[in-house]
Design a protein around this ligand. Structure first.
Ligand code: AHR
Length: 862
C-alpha cells in the first residue's frame, strides 16, 4: 500500500500520459455503457469526449461496477444501464438483469468510481423488465422508472421517492419511453448508453482510478517464475535486525484457528468416520440438480444374486426427518445387499468395526442378517449375524473384527430366509476414531488437524452455512439428536450431507482439540450466488418468519451454554455432554452480498442476541473481498451497530500479500476487531506450493503484528478428498487411506506451534532501496508468557540468500540452545517439509536465510 500511495503521488505530479486535450477543459462528456460481450457480464464502462468526434475509452472497457444478481455462470449480467444524477447529488444507475425476471437493478455512487450496494426491486411478476429507464420528476418529487415488457409487448412505469420502495406500477404510453439512451460508435462498434456533461475533474479521477487498478494488478500478479529476470542483478541482501524486548503489546490468544466446511467431501467420506455411503438411502437426484442419473437413493448400494430385488420406500419410516428406507424382497437364499462406501472401504487387519442397522421384517421369515466385510477380491475378512429381527423398526448392532486388509473393501448384508425386510441407517465405523468417540472422526485426519494446534474451529462453512436458496440454509436443529432423527440435506457443493457430523459433534471436536467453537449461522439470507429456487440474494427469510429464525439462533446458545435443566441444555446432556460447551463466538452471515435485505435481517438477529446474551461475541460479515462494495457496506453496518468483530474473506495472489503487509496496520484500533475467516494465496492452476505458502507466511507475520485487532484467522478451505474436490487449493488433501498435508499446512502448523501472547517490536533494516526487494522480506517476533518462549519468524521470498545480523545483546537472557526450523525449497515445490536443528546465539549473529524460505527460531528464557 505504501507503494500505491507513492504511485498516487507520482500520478498527481506527472498527470498520466493519456491522450488528454492539451489545454485542460472545464468539462467533458462522459458516456456510460455496457457491452454484450461475455453475455453482458462485463459491467459498466466509461468513455469520454470533448467534441463528440474523438472518443477516449477508459481502460478500454474497464469495469467500474458489475452486476451481482443471481448465480455465477448464467447470471451476474448488466444489460443496457442507464445513469442519471439524482436530486441527492448521487449518481444512480439502473439496468436490466436478464430476459425473464420482473426485476431490475439499482446502485448509486458519489464519484462514479465506488458504487454502493445494489438492490433488485421486483416490479412485475411473469414478465421481464427490459431496458429500464429512469428520470427525476421535479413536479411530483419522485423518480419515474419505465421499461418495456416483451411478453405483454407493453411499456410500464413505476414511481419511487427513495429508490428503495417502488409503487404505482402501471402501463405507460409507448411514446413516453425510449428517450434516454443514445448510440455512440466506439472504435468501430456501436454501443448504447447515456451521455453526461461532467467537470473535467470527474474524468480525471476516473482515468486515474483505472490506471491505479492496472498498476496494482501488475504488482499483485508478480510471480516467482519471473524472479530470475526481476532480480537478475541481485546477489544477496543484508539486513540488520534487532529485537526490542521492552516494547511489546498484547495480542490475541486465538490468532491461529481452522475453517471447517463440508466442501470437497470434508465431512461424509472425510473427517466423519462413517464408512457407509448413503447409509440412510437419502441421496436424491436433486443433490446434483439432476445432472447424474446414478446419484439417487440407491447410490453406492448394489444387489448381488438373482433372488433379490429392492425398492426405496417412504411409507413408514423410522422418523419423518429420515423418510427413505430400502425394502428387500428375497425369493431364495443368497441374495445380498452391498455397499461400496466412498469408492471402496479401507479395512485394516485386526481392527474392530462397529456395525449397526435399523431393520424390520415386513413379511416372510427373514429373522436374521449375515453381515460380512469383503476385501477387493471378494474374500470374507469378517462375519457376524444380526438375529431376532422383529416386525417393528429396531436398531441392531454388532462388532466385526477384520482378519485381513482391504483398500477397496465392501460391506455385504445377506438376509437369511425369504420374504420382505426393510432396512435403514446401515452404519459401519472403525472403533478407532479420534479420541475414540462413538459416531466419531477419522483419527489420522483429525490428528493432522490437531497438530496445527488450532485455537478455534469455524464450522459448518463457508457457503454451506448460508446455503443454496432459503430452503437450503443450514439448520443446526436438524443436525443434533439421534442419527436416525436428523434431517439430511443437499450440499450446495453438489453432493449430500448426512449431518452425522452435526452440531454436537462439532462442539465435541472443538473440546477435544482444546479450541473455541465458532459456529457461523446464515444472516437470514442464503448465498448470493444461489441458483436453486430463486436467484439468491433478492430473497431473504420472510420478515414474518424471522422471529422463529432468531429463536433458533437463541436456542443454539442455550444448547451450547445453559445448564442441563433447560430445554436445550437437556438435549445436550442427553447426547452425552451435561456440562456446557461455553460458546463465546457466533458468526452471523458468510461473506454475503450486503443489501437492504441483508442489513434488515442481520440487524434483527444482532439486536436479539445482544439483548438476550450480551456476553456472546457476534461476528458480522464484510463480503468476499478485501475491498469494494460489500467490504465497505459491511464495515459501515459494523460501525453503525457496534458489531464486536467482523469476518473478512479474501483469496488473493501471492503478490497481493507481498504488497499489502500494512493492510491491517492501517486499521482503526477503535473499530470492530477482525476475524480473517477465509484466506489463501491463489495462483493460476490453483496449486498449494511453496510460493503460495510463503505468501501466506508473509501475511501471517503481519497478522501477528496486528494481533491486537486481528483476533482470529483461518486458512480456507481445510480439507479436500482426492477425486472429490470442488475447490483448490486446500490445506490438507486425503484419500481413503492416506492424509497428505500441503506446504501451506506446514506454514499454518509452524505458526500454530509458535504462537505468542505478545508482539515484540523489532527493527528490520534492509539494505536495499528497491521496494520489490524489501517487500519480500518479512519478520515477526512474539513472546509467549505462558511458556517463556521468544519466537522469531523470518520469511525470505527472494531468489537469493538474505544475510541477517541480529543484535543478540538483548537476547543473552535466553538459553544457549535455540531451536531452528527451516522450510525452504524451490517455489513450485509441493513437498517441502520443515527441518529442525539446534543453533546458538552466534548463529543469529550471522544468520543466512535461504532463498524462498520461512525460518522460525524458538528461544527459551533461562
Ligand atoms: O472456502 C470455500 C468457499 O469460499 C466458502 O464456502 C465461501 O465462503 C467462499 O466463497
Amino acid at each position: 500500500m505504501k507503494n500505491i500511495i507513492l504511485f498516487l503521488s507520482i500520478l498527481i505530479s506527472l498527470r498520466f500520459a493519456y491522450s488528454k486535450p492539451t489545454a485542460e477543459p472545464d468539462s467533458a462528456l462522459l458516456f456510460a455503457y455496457s457491452t454484450t460481450k461475455n453475455n453482458n457480464k462485463n459491467g459498466l464502462h466509461y468513455a469520454w469526449t470533448i467534441d463528440q468526434k474523438k472518443w477516449h475509452l477508459v481502460g478500454p472497457e474497464h469495469s467500474f461496477v458489475r452486476s451481482d444478481y443471481g448465480t455465477w455462470g448464467a447470471q451476474k449480467r448488466m444489460i443496457s444501464p442507464v445513469l442519471i444524477k439524482g436530486v441527492d447529488n448521487k449518481w444512480h444507475a439502473i439496468w436490466q438483469l436478464n430476459e425473464q425476471d420482473g426485476v431490475f437493478a439499482h446502485a448509486s455512487s458519489d464519484d462514479l468510481i465506488f458504487w454502493y450496494r445494489q438492490s433488485y426491486p421486483q416490479v412485475l411478476v411473469g414478465d421481464n423488465v427490459s431496458k429500464p429507464e429512469m428520470s427525476w420528476d421535479k413536479t411530483n418529487n419522485q423518480y419515474n422508472i419505465s421499461w418495456f415488457s416483451p411478453k405483454s409487448n407493453k411499456h410500464f412505469r413505476a414511481i419511487s421517492r427513495d429508490l428503495k420502495n417502488y409503487e404505482d406500477v402501471g402501463e405507460l404510453d409507448a411514446d413516453s419511453y425510449g428517450k434516454q439512451r443514445l448510440k455512440v460508435n466506439l472504435s468501430g462498434v456501436e454501443e448504447e448508453g447515456t451521455l453526461h456533461k461532467v467537470a473535467w475533474e470527474v474524468i480525471d479521477k476516473i482515468i486515474n482510478a483505472q490506471k491505479l487498478e492496472v498498476y496494482k494488478s501488475q504488482l499483485h500478479n508478480e510471480r516467482t517464475e519471473d524472479d530470475i529476470v526481476r532480480f537478475a542483478d541481485l546477489k544477496s541482501v543484508s539486513v540488520d535486525f534487532s529485537v526490542d524486548l521492552n516494547n511489546q503489546k498484547r495480542i490475541s490468544d486465538y490468532l491461529m484457528g481452522i475453517f471447517f466446511e463440508d466442501i470437497n467431501y470434508a465431512a461424509d467420506g472425510g473427517l466423519y468416520a462413517e464408512l457407509i455411503q448413503n447409509r440412510g438411502f437419502e441421496y436424491h437426484t436433486h443433490d446434483k440438480k439432476g445432472s447424474d442419473p446414478n446419484w439417487n437413493s440407491f447410490k453406492s448400494w448394489k444387489l448381488e444374486g438373482k433372488a433379490i430385488t429392492h425398492k426405496i420406500d417412504t411409507i413408514n419410516p423410522i422418523h419423518i426427518n429420515n423418510k427413505n428406507y430400502v425394502t428387500l424382497s428375497v425369493t431364495a437364499n443368497g441374495g445380498a445387499l452391498l455397499n461400496e462406501g466412498f469408492d471402496g472401504i479401507v479395512f485394516r487387519n485386526g481392527q474392530k468395526y462397529d456395525f449397526s442397522i435399523f431393520a424390520k421384517n415386513i413379511k416372510g421369515d427373514i429373522s436374521s442378517l449375515l453381515v460380512e466385510l469383503l476385501d477387493e477380491d471378494g474374500k470374507v475378512i469378517a462375519q457376524q449375524t444380526i438375529k431376532s429381527i422383529g416386525k417393528k423398526w429396531q436398531k441392531k448392532s454388532l462388532v466385526l473384527q477384520a482378519s485381513g486388509a482391504a483398500r477397496k473393501g465392501i460391506l455385504r448384508i445377506t438376509p437369511q430366509g425369504r420374504g420382505e425386510i426393510a432396512l435403514d441407517m446401515v452404519s459401519l465405523f472403525p472403533q478407532e476414531t479420534f479420541k475414540n468417540r462413538k459416531n466419531g472422526l477419522r483419527k489420522d485426519l483429525a490428528e493432522t488437524i490437531a497438530a496445527i494446534q488450532p485455537r478455534f474451529v469455524r464450522f459448518p462453512g463457508g457457503c454451506v452455512a448460508h446455503g443454496d436458496g432459503i430452503h437450503n440454509i443450514y439448520n443446526w436443529k436438524n443436525t443434533i439428536g439421534a442419527l436416525e432423527e436428523r434431517k439430511p440435506q443437499r450440499n450446495l457443493w453438489g453432493y449430500h450431507q448426512s449431518v452425522g457430523l452435526g452440531y454436537y459433534e462439532y462442539f465435541q471436536f472443538c473440546e477435544d482439540l482444546g479450541a473455541e467453537p465458532l459456529p457461523v449461522i446464515a444472516a437470514g439470507v442464503p448465498c448470493q450466488n444461489s441458483s436453486d429456487r430463486g436467484a439468491g440474494q433478492q430473497c431473504g427469510i420472510p420478515l414474518d418468519e424471522m422471529d422463529d429464525y432468531i429463536q433458533d439462533i437463541l436456542d443454539l446458545i442455550e444448547y451450547a451454554n445453559s445448564d442441563r435443566n433447560t430445554y436445550w441444555g437437556k438435549k445436550r446432556a442427553a447426547a452425552g455432554h451435561p456440562e456446557p460447551f461455553n460458546l463465546k463466538y457466533l458468526g452471523i452471515g458468510n461473506e454475503d452480498l450486503i443489501t437492504d435485505i441483508f442489513e434488515e435481517r442481520f440487524t434483527l438477529i444482532f439486536n436479539a442476541i445482544k439483548a438476550k446474551y450480551p456476553e456472546i461475541i457476534v461476528i458480522g460479515t464484510a463480503g468476499p473481498f478485501n475491498e469494494g462494495t460489500d467490504y465497505v457496506e459491511g464495515w459501515n453496518i459494523a460501525d453503525r451497530l457496534n458489531v464486536p468483530m467482523m469476518d473478512e474473506h479474501y483469496y488473493q495472489t501471492p503478490g497481493w500479500y507481498i504488497y499489502n503487509q500494512d493492510f491491517y496496520d492501517r486499521y482503526d484500533r477503535d473499530k470492530s476487531k477482525v476475524y480473517l475467516g477465509e484466506y489463501a494465496a491463489h495462483l493460476p492452476g490453483r496449486p498449494n506450493n511453496l510460493e503460495t505458502a510463503l505468501a501466506e507466511a508473509i501475511h501471517l507475520t503481519s497478522l501477528e503484528r496486528n494481533g491486537d485487532i486481528v483476533e482470529m484467522t483461518s486458512y480456507a478451505p481445510l480439507l479436500a478428498k482426492e477425486g472429490f474436490t470442488q475447490w483448490n487449493p486446500d490445506l490438507i488433501y486425503f484419500n481413503n487411506e492416506e492424509v497428505k498435508p500441503t506446504v501451506g499446512y506446514e506454514v499454518q502448523k509452524l505458526f500454530g506451534e509458535h504462537v505468542g501472547t505478545h508482539y515484540v517490536n523489532s527493527t528490520n533494516r534492509i539494505h536495499s532501496t528497491d521496494f520489490k526487494v524489501t517487500n519480500r522480506i518479512a519478520t515477526s517476533v512474539v513472546w509467549n508468557e505462558n511458556n517463556s518462549e521468544l519466537i522469531l519468524k523470518m520469511v525470505n521470498m527472494l531468489p537469493v540468500t538474505v544475510d541477517v545480523v541480529i543484535d543478540t545483546a538483548h537476547l543473552i537472557s535466553f538459553d544457549a540452545n535455540i531451536e531452528k526450523t527451516e522450510l525452504s525449497d524451490v517455489p513450485s515445490s509441493k513437498i517441502a517439509k520443515p527441518s529442525k536443528s539446534v543453533v546458538d546465539l552466534q548463529h543469529l549473529n550471522q544468520l543466512r536465510l535461504q532463498p524462498y524460505s520461512l525460518t522460525v527460531f524458538k528461544l527459551i528464557k533461562k
